[in-house]
Every structure is written in C-alpha cells, then in structure tokens.
Design a protein around this ligand. Structure first.
Ligand code: CMC
Length: 429
C-alpha cells in the first residue's frame, strides 16, 4: 500500500514516514512507529489532522459536500431506500437481497420489546429527567439484562447484541418520553414499520387509536437514515475508544449516547430550535448574526458549521425538503420558526463572516423544525438522533472488533504540569 514516504528531519536525523493512500480522500502519513524511532509524539488535540482508524463504512468529502454510505450517495438512499435497509447496508457492506431484507426486518421487529423488568428500572428516574439522561442509564443497563450477548469475541453474540440495540433503542427512547409526560408505556407493534412503530410508541395512548400518518412516517424514517452514520465523529470515536478496551457492546453504545448529548454534537438540534424560538421574528435576525460574529460573545449560530463540511451539508438539503413537505401536510407552512430559519440561512449564506469561514447549515438546522411539527418536545430531538446513530455506532464498533490489528486506544499528551516536587506537610503549606 505504501511505496511513497515523507521524511521528517529532527535534530539532523531523518525519519521515514510511509504515505498510505485511501480509496478516496487525502493521503495519510503513517506515524505508528514514530515514537519508537524518533522519541517524539505528534500533537493534535481535536484530531483535526489525525485519522484514528481504517474504515470502509462511510466517506465524507467535506469540500464537495458529499456523503457516501458504503459508496452510495446519501441523496440516492434518502430517495430510494429505507432506514432499515440502510442499517443492513451499513452493518454488512452491501445492499440486501429481498430475502435478506425480509429476514433482517423480521429479526429487528421481533426484538423490539424490552425485558419487562426494565419497566421498573425506568421508575427509578425522576419524571423531569432529560430523556438523554434516562437513555444513557437504561442502555448501559442493558448489559445487566442481556447476559447472553456480552461476549465480544463471539460473532453470534455481537450479532444478537447489535440487533437488540437497533430494535430496542426506539422502544427505550419512547419509554423515556412517555415516562417524562406521565403516560403509560406503549408496547411495540410488529405490524408497523420501524419509524411508524416509534411514532406509535410515542404518541399512542390506551384511551384512543393512533393512526400513523404515512408522510410523517416517511419523514421520520428519513431523519433516521440521514443521521445513521458520519464516519469518525465525536460519539463514534467515543464508542470505538470504549470498545477498544474490550468493554461490552451495550456499555460502548451508552458511552456514545453520553457523548452525543453535547450541544456541539447531537444536542445541536435541540439548541438550534431553542435558538430559532429565541430569535422569534425575522426582524431580530441581524442582532443574532452580530452576536455570532462577536468574538467576545460565546453565542454561536446553532445548526451552522461543521468540522468536515466546508460546503453545504448534503443532509441539510434533504432535511429542508422534508421540512417543507411535513409543514405543508400539517398546514403550518407559514410557521414563524420556519420563516426565521429560512431567512437566517439566506442572510448567513450572504454574510462575509460565514462565507469566509465556510459555515453552512448542517443536518440539525432543519431537523428540529420537522420534529417539533410532528409533536415532539425539544428534549426528544437528541434521543431521536441517538436512535438513528445507533446503527453507525454498531457498524463501526463491529468493524473495529473484527480488525486483527486492533489495539486499545491510548493517546499520549503534551505535559504542561509541575515538575517532580516533594510533598509538603500540612503545617508547612
Ligand atoms: N457560529 C458562529 N461562528 C462559528 C460557528 C457558528 N455556528 N461555527 C464555527 N464558527 C467559527 C468559529 O468561531 C471559528 O472562528 P475563528 O476561526 O475566527 O476562531 C471558526 O468558525 C472555526 O470554528 P471551529 O470551532 O474551530 O470549528 P470546529 O470544526 O472545531 O467546530 C462545530 C465545528 C460543529 C462544533 C462548530 O461549527 C459549532 O459549534 N457549530 C454549532 C453547533 C452545531 O450546529 N453542531 C452540530 C454539528 S452537525 C451534527 C453532528 O455532527 O453532531
């Protein structure tokens, strides 16, 4: 793979660094032997120039604004595929045949119920807990309920744990929601689709029938698919790092959920809608744009900017279409929040600050508007991201476990603390 090399000159000595070429994307300098040979580390907090692993799952061309799952453009999948088919693709590498899809869908559908004792577990949480807090706890606790799928060295265990998480995360998120609003849990219904079942578990009540609207079902399925994987983002890297120690799959995914919660990552969809509501009316946009540009103000335009995309986030384009479709269906296309969002996008895309920094709307800019229109409170936005990203975390975790060259993730540091010193007795301090 590596005939080319780069040469590092340090204190008059030369060190060769092999250059690895991916199938697409920038070349990579292989520094694995650098410390052993040259006694230096590299320094890259935030991993802006570091590839942490080899992966064949997802590719992003940030300059072109392109996202491929196993080679397939996200726009094609959003138009022609479903979230469950995309789950199969991400996990197995190829699109399923009809029989494979049928079997996969059956297996997921038949694992959607959670252990009945988990219901009691939920009741230990305060009703006003954020559903993400509940999810971190409950998903972590799955390892206390499903002992028969914890052996990471057993391929069958890995498979069963994966199916369980794809199937049960929507149930757990819906239960967290129902618990927070004081309504009874709604059991999964096998006759419904993956997205339809989730909507039903969130919005059905025993007192009356709930009919899943096919346009909302399709929009929910799309939201799930668009968030399904995004190469080595913060939560996925967290899952890989946790998994590199040999931790069980449920613990790894719980770690990913905890990381996703942050407002710079998955929590941005909630933060974005809250920001749009705070702006309130189109005439207040300039004030917020000015704040976003002010170095002394920590405010950022939520739903804008991305570490990798320096062009339109392709997911944001699809999401905008869905927003128009869903709000149109519900007859609320003149919704003030949507108006603020569209105008904010227009102004920011023409503003020198945003243009020069290549800050474009990301996937979270429009997703909150759709979810709110469906009836979800903002606190459920990030749990829905977590349901959707579960397949990405699982696929990346499985890829890592199957890599025979895998090692525990253990970064080094640039130490800036005190030098060695002697302990001072309390009276002498
Ligand atoms: N509003 C105003 N200025 C911004 C923004 C923003 N949303 N994003 C970046 N900048 C500025 C930033 O101040 C910096 O300016 P300067 O070079 O003068 O210091 C420059 O752009 C580069 O920003 P950065 O923070 O160094 O870039 P990053 O790659 O570390 O951060 C980000 C990426 C997504 C965390 C950041 O753009 C951000 O905080 N965006 C808002 C939160 C958000 O929408 N997150 C969702 C990301 S997509 C979903 C997901 O993957 O989870």
């Amino acid at each position: 793979m590596a005939d080319r090399k780069a040469t590092l000159t340090l204190d008059g000595k030369e060190f060769d660094l092999p250059v690895l070429s991916p199938n697409i994307g920038p070349d990579v300098l292989d520094i694995r032997k650098l410390y052993g040979q040259a006694d230096v580390f590299t320094y890259d907090p935030g991993f802006t120039s570091t590839a942490s692993c080899e992966s064949a799952i997802t590719f992003i061309d940030g300059d072109a604004g392109e996202l491929l799952y196993r080679g397939y453009p996200i726009e094609q999948l959003a138009e022609k595929s479903t979230h469950l088919e995309t789950c199969y693709l991400l996990m197995n590498g190829e699109l399923p045949t009809a029989a494979q899809l049928n079997d996969f869908t059956n297996r997921v559908t038949r694992h959607t119920m959670v252990h009945e004792q988990m219901h009691q577990f939920f009741r230990g949480f305060r009703r006003d807990a954020h559903p993400m807090a509940t999810m971190v706890g409950v998903v972590g606790a799955m390892s206390a309920f499903y002992h028969d799928s914890l052996d990471i060295n057993d391929e069958w265990h890995r498979e069963v744990a994966s199916i369980r998480m794809i199937a049960k995360l929507p149930t757990i998120a819906a239960m967290a929601y129902k618990y927070s609003v004081g309504q009874p849990f709604v059991y999964p219904k096998n006759s419904l689709s993956y997205a339809g079942n989730f909507l039903n578990m969130c919005f059905a009540v025993p007192a009356e029938d709930y009919v899943v609207n096919p346009i909302l079902e399709k929009a929910m399925d799309r939201i799930m698919m668009l968030h399904a994987d995004h190469e080595q983002n913060a939560s996925t890297s967290t899952v890989r790092l946790a998994g590199s120690s040999g931790a069980n799959p449920f613990a790894c995914i719980a770690a990913g959920i905890a990381c996703l919660w942050g407002p710079a990552h998955g929590g941005a969809n909630q933060a974005c809608l809250e920001m749009l509501r705070e702006i309130g009316t189109v005439d207040r946009i300039p004030e917020f744009i000015a704040r976003a540009k002010d170095k002394n103000d920590p405010f950022r335009l939520m739903g804008f900017g991305h570490r990798v995309y320096k062009n339109f986030d392709p997911r944001a384009k699809v999401m905008k279409e869905s927003a128009d479709e869903v709000l149109g269906l519900l007859g609320i296309e003149n919704n003030e929040t949507l108006k603020v969002a569209k105008e904010l996008e227009r102004i920011a895309l023409e503003d020198e600050y945003f243009v020069s920094k290549k800050l474009y709307p990301n996937v979270d800019f429009y997703s909150g508007i759709i979810l709110e229109a469906m009836g979800f409170p903002t606190s459920m936005f990030t749990p829905i991201f977590a349901i959707s990203r579960t397949i990405g975390w699982i696929s990346q975790w499985k890829e890592m476990i199957s890599d025979p060259t895998g090692k525990i993730g253990r970064p080094r540091q640039l130490y800036v603390g005190p030098l060695k010193r002697d302990y001072l007795d309390l009276r002498a301090r």
